[in-house]
Design a protein around this ligand. Structure first.
Ligand code: BEZ
Ligand code: MG
Length: 580
């Protein structure tokens, strides 16, 4: 520390730096600006951010290195990971990071204007980056850029309607796997036996360790049990990053057989792991259960293996819990070790979203209980090796959730975030509420951002704030939506309702969020008139949701503001009745 700085000045500087980092975070957040229009390719302005994001990852399969690494090395700044780490704690790191990002943005703009050669030349001049290294990156961007311009969607639909062949293509996130382009193909999933891929397992380590570090920093010790949500589509897109995170938390690694299939796991020795094995309770979606049955068995196998390792209880929380449960209440080993839960066979979803959207609950416990009722079916094999294919195990799930101290879900795409759809709050919110009711303490709720290089763990509250600033309250986002008229207003309303879902399940929404939504969309007369003209039904639902947030005690709203909202609600009702 600078000797002349007082403690107060140093604190102030640190806070300013934190604030600045948060502003940068909102600014750099990649958001979809408007809806995808069937048959129409994205415009150039939307392409630059996407290409920059794609260029920020290594793609060893096509011999391409990440631009941030190349630029960082060219500038003599060492590893980009180190710059990212120091950017969150000191000004020099932050400046370096901004410099690197500025150079990359300039190079991608140059590429879009004058092509690959010109962009590589720019980086050579400005960052001393080798052309031989950067040219393959721009060649890849060229291919992707061309594919973004082609759009076979309408043609493929017509072919499908005629019963003709449609070319197949992988289903993934465009940043994770640009081979999803061009769109308009017959999406295929993955071979479940490759899950998790080697890359997914490597990437998952960072996220799992960051998650544990974050909890450790907040609570002074590791969480003894974590509840995870695993979805099918996400594990297709990432080749099993969520699965791999679960394995890391348990402290096991996948083993491949002679056919390169992942069918076994082996424990990572405690000396290598250097921390306790965490008890992991997994709630898997119906889609995951259907698509990844070998993976479901693998996860159950991993849990049973860890529960039987001869290790001290303070280094193996899962074993400790299982042993305690068997000795305390006479549970069978099979009941005490159940950790992989999903819906009954043939069933999907938690219904928590429907209950919230229809305002059909009165007591706090109802949402968590509904989650458990829907998801308390155990999957795996029992101790005799017999398949357990959706055995109702409510008591076992209740007990497993009672010990949970943190809940978590991986986010792997910029296209869909926690306020875009109601599925995040139905799953992560639903399980968090179930834990809160059973353990009598609200768990720490986390999400990760494995979509950018700086894989970051955020609390739910931080994520709600970030999504609100980057999307719902961001004029770039809502004006993009409003270009779609009726549907755009419905999207805005839906974001607010999904945000409300995080109040209902986790009390994770600050008062200012509801207040700013009211000010932006309803108290601004010009905006209210626009919404009214485009879609009075959604405008009416929007004001209704805000009033409900206040009525249920989620929003401590100002009385004058509330009176104004009630007036707006009445006048929208009159308008709708007039329309009807
Ligand atoms: C899934 O991919 O498993 C999933 C997708 C949307 C909602 C719930 C689950
Ligand atoms: Mg509140």
């Amino acid at each position: 520390m600078d000797q002349h700085k007082s403690q107060a000045e140093a604190d102030r500087d640190r806070r300013v730096l934190e604030l600045y980092e948060q502003v940068l975070e909102v600014e750099h957040r990649l958001i979809p600006t408007g809806l995808h229009v069937f048959g129409r390719p994205p415009v150039v302005a939307e392409r630059i951010d996407l290409l920059r994001m794609i260029a920020s990852f290594d793609r060893p399969d096509v011999g391409v290195r990440a631009l941030p690494d190349l630029v960082c090395e060219g500038l003599g700044l060492g590893s980009y990971e180190r710059v990212l780490k120091s950017a969150s704690s000191d000004q020099v790191g932050l400046k370096d990071r901004e410099r690197i990002e500025g150079l990359i943005t300039a190079a991608v703009s140059e590429f879009l204007q004058d092509g690959a050669e010109s962009a590589a030349a720019l980086l050579e001049r400005s960052a001393n980056t080798n052309r031989e290294d950067s040219l393959p990156v721009f060649a890849l961007l060229e291919t992707i850029s061309k594919q973004l311009e082609t759009n076979d969607e309408a043609d493929a639909l017509l072919r499908a309607l005629r019963g003709e062949f449609i070319k197949p293509g992988p289903g993934a996130d465009i940043v994770q796997n640009p081979a999803v382009l061009p769109t308009g193909r017959n999406t295929h999933a993955v071979n479940p036996y490759v899950i998790p891929s080697n890359i997914a397992f490597t990437r998952a380590r960072l996220v799992a360790e960051n998650l544990l570090e974050r909890y450790l920093a907040e609570k002074g010790r590791y969480p003894r049990a974590i509840a995870l949500v695993l979805w099918g589509l996400d594990n297709i897109k990432t080749q099993g990053e969520g699965v791999a995170q679960a394995l890391w938390l348990l402290g096991v690694r996948p083993q491949r057989d002679a056919l390169n299939r992942v069918t076994e796991v082996e424990p990572i020795p405690l000396e290598e792991l250097k921390r306790p094995r965490i008890d992991v309770v997994m709630t898997i979606s119906g889609i995951f259960r259907d698509l990844f049955s070998p993976t479901v068995l693998l996860l159950d196998k991993a849990v049973r293996l860890v529960a039987q390792l001869d290790e001290p209880p303070e280094m193996n929380y899962l074993r400790r819990h299982v042993v305690e449960q068997v000795s305390n209440d006479g549970s069978s080993f099979d009941d005490a070790v159940a950790r992989v839960f999903s819906n009954a066979p043939g069933n999907y979803g938690t219904n928590v979203n429907f209950m919230v959207m229809d305002s059909q609950w009165d007591r706090d416990e109802t949402l968590g209980d509904l989650f458990v009722t829907r998801k308390c079916f155990s999957y795996g094999r029992d101790s005799t090796g017999r398949a357990v294919d959706g055995r109702e195990a409510r008591g076992a799930m209740d007990q497993a959730l009672e010990r949970v101290e943190a809940t978590y879900q991986n986010i792997d795409t910029f296209e869909i975030g926690i306020t875009d759809v109601d599925h995040y709050f139905e799953y992560l919110g639903g399980i968090s509420k179930a834990v809160e009711n059973r353990s009598r303490t609200r768990p720490s709720i986390y999400l990760s951002d494995s979509l950018s290089r700086a894989t970051k763990i955020r609390s739910l509250e931080e994520t709600v704030r970030l999504e609100t600033r980057a999307k719902t309250l961001n004029p770039k986002w809502y004006e993009g939506m409003l270009q779609h008229g009726f549907r755009g207003v419905a999207e805005i309303e839906s974001h607010v309702s999904n945000t409300f879902g995080w109040s209902a399940t986790a009390d994770a929404v600050d008062d200012w969020i509801y207040e700013d939504v009211a000010k932006t969309f309803l108290l601004d007369e010009v905006m209210l008139e626009r919404l009214r003209a485009l879609n009075p039904h959604s405008a009416h639902s929007l004001v209704g949701r805000l009033l409900e947030a206040h009525g249920r005690g989620y929003w401590d709203a100002d009385a004058i503001l509330l009176a104004k909202l009630r007036e707006i609600s009445d006048s929208l009702e009159d308008q709708l009745e007039g329309v009807a």
